[in-house]
Design a protein around this ligand. Structure first.
Ligand SMILES: [Zn+2]
Length: 408
């Protein structure tokens, strides 16, 4: 599958033009990928960095031996390997001059997302990847382009890992079931699927020798029937339904962009009455935030006046600070949502530009799901005319859910 992305027959001449182009516009402004240094003689050229390259190699080896990104991140933390930001900082990269870890431990705080992006980067087999992003001026936003449009120039840099090893690692990313069996990764849907009755998460657990993943409502799982109903769904069924929906919308968007835009906008306009409930919720969040901030201010005041001791502060402050942070985060989400609602047309355009890249999507990955979808609501299995049915409501990024039959 991988070879499709390469233009292997590219001529020397085109290759050097592309290289020039990519060098002129893209590489110079970025910091070197982890494991490389910029050449002192030519800042567009990357050289193997003897200090960090061994870590990159180790990460690929761990991945090939079946460890998932989270496990590798834990390994790096335990070994106190400094994170890329730290290296950029100590090496004086301009964009990272302001970096200071909050404490020593934060310099080793690796995340699975960082590990994953390193493991998937083609620079480690020596390729220059340019024009990964496209900028749509109308909506002022960058999107990751379809891979077919990336400019990949092979063998520009010294590779850090063998191609064979690199490809083996990619395979584990593109085959979620296999990767999971080997590494204990969670479902590719974990975190974004919710019960349509009680709004709690649907969590996926392996059934029968870890071959099949089944999701069900967490409330039901915890306290049974008095909490909720099962909302049981096979991951495979969800996978098929989501893949089909994405492909069908993508195909329509490719064939007739205007028609899809109109459909989406028509639907969004109809959604407006929901705004009332949202405003109420936001007001109540703002009210609580005001209260919490008053309490915090009062705590400090009492401390300053000697009415409260340090122990009390230590006990109470973290709790309120935590709630304050959570409220602020929720409010930020509301703000984002209401901004998005105001930009109906722009959102429809953004969504169409995004989805149309996926008309030929063969495999869903956690990354693609999160790029396109914000949440999915799953209903209970019902019987209609003797046939089992189950509702799956997909909320797409920018536009939310589209009603059944909207495609027609
Ligand atoms: Zn439920």
């Amino acid at each position: 599958m991988f070879n499709d992305f390469y233009a292997r027959d590219i001529s020397k001449k085109i290759r050097s033009t592309l290289t020039t182009k990519a060098r002129a516009g893209i590489y110079h402004s970025t910091v070197p990928p982890f494991g490389y240094r910029k050449s002192p003689a030519d800042s567009h050229m990357l050289l193997r960095d003897e200090e960090t390259a061994p870590y990159v190699i180790k990460m690929f080896e761990l991945s090939a031996s079946g460890r998932g990104p989270a496990a590798i991140a834990n390994y790096l933390r335990a070994k106190k390997v400094p994170i890329p930001a730290y290296w950029h900082h100590v090496r004086g990269e301009r964009a990272w001059q302001g970096y200071k870890g909050e404490n020593d431990a934060s310099n080793y705080r690796w995340f699975d997302t960082t590990v994953r992006s390193i493991l998937q980067h083609e620079v480690y087999i020596g390729n220059l990847v340019a024009q990964r992003q496209t900028h749509i001026f109308k909506v002022g936003k960058s999107f990751v382009r379809p891979k077919e449009e990336w400019v990949i120039v092979e063998d520009v840099f010294e590779p850090l890992v063998e191609r064979e090893l690199w490809e083996r690692v990619q395979e584990s990313f593109s085959n979620p079931t296999r990767a999971r069996k080997k590494t204990g990764l969670a479902s590719i849907f974990s975190g974004i699927v919710f019960c349509d009755t009680c709004n709690r998460r649907i969590s996926f657990v392996p059934e029968r020798a870890e071959k099949i993943y089944v999701g069900s409502c967490m409330e039901y799982r915890k306290i049974g029937r008095q909490g909720c109903t099962p909302h049981r769904i096979y991951e495979k069924d969800l996978y098929d339904a989501v893949l089909k929906d994405i492909r069908e919308w993508a195909k329509l968007a490719l064939e007739d962009e205007q028609a899809v835009l109109e459909k989406v906008m028509e639907h969004e306009n109809r959604n407006e009455p929901d705004a009332g409930a949202a405003i109420e919720k936001r007001l109540s969040l703002e009210k609580r935030l005001g209260e919490v901030e008053k309490v915090i201010a009062k705590l400090y005041e009492d401390y300053a006046l000697g009415k409260a001791g340090a122990d009390e502060i230590d006990l109470l402050l973290p709790k309120y600070r935590k709630e304050q942070g959570e409220l602020k985060a929720q409010l930020a989400l509301f703000q984002e949502e209401s901004n998005e609602q105001r930009e109906t047309t722009q959102n429809a355009e953004k969504w169409v530009a995004l989805i149309r890249q996926y008309s030929d999507l063969q495999k869903l990955t956690a990354g693609i799901i999160r790029e396109l979808i914000t949440k999915i609501y799953v209903g209970d299995v019902r019987k209609v005319d003797g046939e089992k049915v189950q509702s799956i409501e997909i909320h797409y990024r920018f536009i939310g859910s589209l009603p059944d039959g909207a495609r027609k």
